[in-house]
Design a protein around this ligand. Structure first.
Ligand code: TYC
Length: 106
């Protein structure tokens, strides 16, 4: 049997057993595409500068993309993923390389 205090709280719409309502944001993979023209060193430089990768990991990711055609550079919230993707495309365009990058929901 509820106490009078519980009944009063319920009538006032207070949640007595509420879960914390924290929603995790959707996450997005930034995907790098292979092509035949972008120099390997340029891709490594992009991975170091835009994705803060150390040279060893940057090289591994670049080689994965080179061999498999596509690869994940990192996973971020939408705004961050979109911004990093734009940075890659801007750098590629400035340097006249056809390097492409896109997002996918993770
Ligand atoms: N395939 C390119 C070459 O042989 C290198 C490369 C790697 C290009 C990864 C793009 O996302 C890329 N020069």
């Amino acid at each position: 049997m509820n106490s009078n205090q519980d009944n009063n709280d319920n009538q006032r719409g207070l949640l007595l057993e509420s879960k914390p309502k924290t929603k995790k944001p959707s996450m997005y993979n930034v995907l790098l595409m292979n092509d035949d023209y972008t120099p390997m060193e340029f891709v490594v430089m992009v991975l170091e500068k835009v994705f803060n990768k150390k040279s060893e990991e940057a090289n591994q990711i670049m080689l994965h993309v080179h061999k498999n055609g596509i690869g994940v550079c990192g996973t971020f919230t939408y705004e961050v993923a979109e911004s990093k993707c734009k940075s890659v495309m801007d750098l590629a365009k400035k340097n006249e390389h056809p390097l492409q990058c896109t997002l996918e929901k993770s």
